[in-house]
Structures are given as structure tokens and as C-alpha cells.
Design a protein around this ligand. Structure first.
Ligand SMILES: Cc1cc2nc3c(=O)[nH]c(=O)nc-3n(C[C@H](O)[C@H](O)[C@H](O)COP(=O)(O)O)c2cc1C
Length: 381
């Protein structure tokens, strides 16, 4: 029998069920009328001015599973970025690749916000301990284009909905996005039907492997916030609104929050039928050398910058990390698997460090929850 979630993610023919009065009350309680509203989302309205504003831009960065694995210490012309060990993803990120990418994203958002204020950013990495990097901001000459990019910081979203498969970004647009790469991280587009089919098949297969790995699922599910009260309490994680399954699907999920099994079944289905099937294009960020943590941070910076550019151009981006996560699970144990081989074939001598789809979205999505700067402040060490 098809599970509730599997049914819901299909969303076809469920309209009549939604009008069930009691269920709607439950859905209202679970935030169906509150998407993007309230304390858990106030960080998106923070002014991006001064040093506090630079930090406020940082917390709006893309980050894996919305774990927000950072603490920030705002000083006079400096911001220290600390990793937060309480917010690691365990078996779902065994090489800490996604952690480093996420910290790269937060650094880039702060550098862009600073540049829009006419400040240059110096980054000094700290080896060992929780203190990850010190950013030093100095008044200096910055490119005027940063203002337009900084305006995108509060508007950027990961859009997991359907994209317009018939409208691929034009080559000139892809060139603009590719110009965000550099410093040892390149981008490879998968745009032909053959390339898209191959990468889709790899991603769907990896999703199935992920779903059947109890440890990976446990450590992923720890960050799913299926109840509105959890969203409000934690201000982090992946939410029902973030799944972008449309009004009917969202309402149904809020009426009947899915069990873990139902969620997993729905994840494979939506990966196959929406994420991959409606992607006009995939992008891979490729680091020049394998297993290079500083390249992972750079890749995070590249991804963040690219997503800001894409937002400016009306293009949505959505990482699809399943093949990389399953590759990493075995690499962390010193073993290679078919996902390592397939990804290496794309990367040549380097390593695929992030995969994503991009395109023109069919609908906008609300913001994801965020802990504001005050909630992520690190004590002076
Ligand atoms: C390194 C990295 C990996 C990610 N992998 C995935 C993924 O596999 N699937 C997905 O839906 N989102 C993925 N995301 C997007 C995050 O879940 C998203 O940034 C986070 O939930 C916050 O939402 P926002 O980007 O809309 O602010 C990834 C983001 C980063 C930085």
C-alpha cells in the first residue's frame, strides 16, 4: 500500500481531502498559514549595516541541512568564525566536507556584505580547535557590483520545487555563474539529455542507498523539523515549507506530519520525479585536488556567490548531495564504491565537492528558519 507521505508528495487528486475541517485546524496549528513568519524567520529582516550587519548576512548563508554549524564573535573590525561541534551531521557527513562547504558559505556572505559597505575582507584560517577563521575587514576599494549582490542575501533561497524543464539558462548566463568559480575550484555543467539522465540515475540510486542506511538516515532526520513548534523552538533544520511541494502537499503534510519511513519513501520519489525530472541542468563544483579541506571551504564560497548571482538573475539552485554523501560514507572507511567511480569520472584528477541543479523555478519558496546573530554569538575565548 502506498504510504501517506508517498501519496502526499504525489499531490495529485488530494484537493478534496484538504477541506476536512479538523485537519485544517491541525494544519493551522502546524503553521500552514505561517510560512516564513515569526521569530524563527526574523533574521531575514535584519539590517545588513555595520559590523553587526556583516554578521547578520553570515547567518543567512546556505548550509547543509540548515544545521547552521557556526558561532560568530563580532569584534572591532573582525569577526571570528567558530565551528559548532553540537551541530555536526555525523554519519551524514563523515568527512566533514559539507561542514567546510557550509563554513565557506557563511564566510562568502559576510565578504559580500562587507564589500557592499566598501570594506575588503581578509581571511585567516586557524588550525586546530573550534576557532575556524578570523575575518578582518578594512575600508578599501571594492567593486560596485557587490551592492547588487548583497541585495540578494536576504532573497536567496534553496528552491526544492519544480523548475521549468523547457527553459535552460542561456550560455551567457552560465558564463556569468561560472565566473564565480576560481581559486582551484571549477564548475562543470551537465546539460545534454544524456548527461542529465546519467546524473539523475546516479542521484536516485544514491538516494535509495541513503534511505537504506540507518545511521545516515538517523543523522539526517535529526535535522528535520516536521512540527511548527520545533521550527519555532530550534530555528534551524529542514521544514515542510522547505520541501516546496505546493500548497496542497504542504497543507497535507502539516495536517499529517510524516513518519520517518513515509518521509524516506517520499524523498526518493520527489528526487526522481521533481528534482531530477524537472532539472534543465546540473552543475558540479570540482576541486583541483582530492580530499582538500581548504578547497571545500573555497567551494562553499563559490557556491554561495553563485547562488547570489543566480538569485539576481531569477535562477534557482538546489544542491543534490546524495551521491557525494554515499561516496563519502565509504571513503571515510577507506573504501571506494560505484558513486566514487562515477563522480571521479566527472572530476578527472580532482574531486566533485558539490552537486546541484539549477533552472527557472515554477514558484517561489518561503525562507528557511534562522538563528539570529544574538543566538550564535561566541563568548570571548
Ligand atoms: C554543502 C551543502 C550541501 C547541501 N545539500 C543539500 C541536499 O543534498 N539537498 C537539499 O535539499 N539541500 C541541500 N543543501 C541546501 C541546504 O539544505 C539549505 O541551504 C538550508 O536548508 C538552508 O536553506 P536556504 O538555503 O533556503 O537558506 C545543501 C547546502 C549546502 C551548503
Amino acid at each position: 500500500m502506498i504510504s501517506r507521505r508517498g501519496f502526499i508528495l504525489g499531490t495529485v487528486g488530494v484537493g478534496t481531502a484538504v477541506v476536512a475541517g479538523g485537519g485544517l485546524l491541525k494544519a493551522a496549528e502546524n503553521g500552514v498559514f505561517s510560512a516564513g513568519d515569526g521569530d524563527a524567520f526574523s533574521a531575514w529582516d535584519a539590517p545588513l549595516e555595520g559590523m553587526q550587519g556583516i554578521a547578520a548576512a553570515g547567518v543567512l548563508a546556505a548550509n547543509s541541512h540548515n544545521t547552521q554549524p557556526w558561532k560568530l564573535r563580532v569584534g572591532d573590525g573582525t569577526i571570528d568564525v567558530l565551528g559548532d561541534n553540537e551541530r555536526l551531521m555525523g554519519a551524514a557527513d563523515p568527512r566533514l566536507r559539507e561542514l567546510h562547504l557550509s563554513l565557506g558559505c557563511v564566510i562568502e556572505n559576510m565578504a559580500v556584505a562587507a564589500a557592499a559597505q566598501g570594506r575588503t575582507t581578509g581571511v585567516e584560517f586557524v588550525r586546530g580547535g573550534d576557532h575556524f577563521a578570523r575575518l578582518t575587514f578594512a575600508h578599501g576599494e571594492t567593486d560596485a557590483s557587490y551592492a547588487a549582490l548583497a541585495e540578494q542575501i536576504p532573497l536567496r533561497r534553496t528552491n526544492r520545487g519544480a523548475y521549468d524543464v523547457k527553459r535552460a539558462p542561456k550560455p551567457a548566463t552560465l558564463e556569468t555563474l561560472a565566473a564565480c568559480a576560481g581559486d582551484g575550484v571549477g564548475v562543470r555543467w551537465l546539460s545534454s539529455a544524456g548527461e542529465r539522465d546519467e546524473f539523475s540515475a546516479l542521484t536516485v540510486k544514491a538516494t535509495e542507498v541513503h534511505v537504506n542506511d540507518a545511521a545516515m538516515q538517523r543523522d539526517s532526520h535529526a535535522w528535520y523539523r516536521m512540527k511548527w513548534s520545533e521550527v519555532e523552538q530550534h530555528k534551524d533544520g529542514i521544514t515542510i515549507d522547505g520541501a516546496a511541494v505546493g500548497l496542497i502537499g504542504t497543507t497535507m503534510l502539516k495536517m499529517f506530519p510524516p513518519t520517518s519511513d513515509a518521509f524516506d519513501e517520499g524523498w526518493t520519489k520527489v528526487t526522481r520525479e521533481t528534482h531530477c525530472a524537472t532539472a534543465p541542468l546540473f552543475g558540479l563544483l570540482v576541486a583541483g585536488a582530492a580530499d582538500d579541506r581548504s578547497a571545500w571551504v573555497t567551494a562553499g564560497r563559490v557556491y554561495q556567490r553563485m547562488q547570489l548571482e543566480a538569485t539576481r538573475l531569477g535562477i534557482a539552485m538546489h544542491p543534490l548531495s546524495q551521491a557525494l554523501a554515499v561516496r563519502d560514507r565509504d571513503l571515510a572507511d577507506g573504501k571506494r564504491n560505484e558513486f566514487a567511480d562515477a563522480l571521479d569520472a566527472y572530476a578527472g584528477t580532482g574531486e566533485v565537492v558539490l552537486a546541484f541543479r539549477l533552472g527557472y523555478p515554477r514558484a517561489d519558496v518561503p525562507p528557511s528558519p534562522r538563528r539570529p546573530v544574538g543566538a550564535v554569538s561566541a563568548q570571548r575565548g
